[in-house]
Design a protein around this ligand. Structure first.
Ligand SMILES: *Cc1c(COP(=O)(O)O)cnc(C)c1O
Length: 279
């Protein structure tokens, strides 16, 4: 069961409908966000809401007071008895293009918010690490968290041993289908700069925590050719937190075992959660 807020009502998500005229269905015009809830408190809610607002703005969706309303909806939803996950939840606010396309401006968007039980990654993925499938393509308009994952999903269709595709346009590593990417070599952590990737909320927090704890972080795209000299790699995201990567395509990283930096950063992240929890 998952819970959905739509048009002023709280219902089972399975009962919620969008008209087929909505441009999210007809043209893929829509943005969303994912907010992790720990113990009924939203993690980095303001950061996520601001990013949702930026995603909508990049997409030309005029969201009026939708973002302001979203705060109240998220806070009300996580406290409801029927919120799935008993406080360990994931909340996904969506804003769609609505029915009107004014040459790339969408003046009458629709919105809804889905509340689900958090589905953490499998424990063995943290213990053994995951594999990524590199692709020479990039993600369009990286500043927007768009609902359109089709071109990324198409990359690893039928290759289920890969967790996600890894975008490497022009040999520069940017991000994965739905996570931020980090490569570590010689004690330096490298990750693509904003402008080339989505402003991952977990990305920003991990960079902050890494620097606070004495790690050197460079915000520049790691190159595909650096993979073979790397000591370790990991990806970050609201549900994954910090997930070790041990293989990219055929290239094995860190002898095929999760590295100490990713293990340490995940521990620091979990111990620091409280700093970003909604009050
Ligand atoms: C959702 C997403 C992320 C992760 O963002 P968080 O805010 O850390 O959850 C990173 N990259 C892409 C392309 C995404 O869609």
């Amino acid at each position: 069961m998952s819970l959905c807020y739509m048009e002023g009502m709280w219902r089972d998500t399975a009962e919620c409908r969008l008209p087929v005229t909505d441009l999210v269905i007809q043209r893929g015009v829509g943005v969303f966000d994912s907010v992790r809830i720990y113990g009924r408190r939203a993690f980095a809610l303001t950061e996520h809401m601001k990013r949702l607002e930026r995603s909508a703005s990049v997409a030309g969706i005029e969201c009026g007071d939708i973002i302001d309303r979203m705060y109240g909806i998220v806070r009300e939803g996580v406290l409801r008895d029927d919120c799935p996950g008993a406080g360990e939840s994931i909340v996904r606010p969506y804003i769609t293009g609505g029915d009107e396309n004014d040459r790339g401006r969408f003046p009458h968007p629709r919105y809804f918010v889905i509340f689900e039980r958090a589905q953490p990654e499998k424990p063995e993925d943290y213990e053994r690490g995951v594999a990524l499938l590199p692709t020479s393509e990039g993600r369009l308009s990286p500043a927007a968290k768009s609902v359109n994952y089709l071109f990324g999903l198409m990359r690893n269709a039928g290759q289920s041993d890969f967790k996600e595709c890894l975008y490497c346009p022009g040999g520069e590593i940017t991000e994965t289908l739905s996570s931020s990417f980090f490569l570590c070599a010689g004690g330096v952590i490298k990750t693509a700069p904003l402008g080339k990737v989505l402003d991952g909320v977990t990305r920003g927090i991990i960079i902050e925590l890494a620097r606070e704890n004495g790690f050197k972080v460079e915000e520049r795209c790691p190159l595909a050719e650096e993979i073979k000299h790397a000591d370790e790699a990991f990806i970050t995201g609201s549900t994954k937190e910090v997930l070790p990567v041990v293989r990219i395509g055929d290239e094995v990283i860190g002898g095929g075992h999760p590295g100490p930096i990713s293990i340490r950063l995940r521990k620091i992240f979990r111990e620091s959660l409280d700093r970003w929890l909604d009050t």
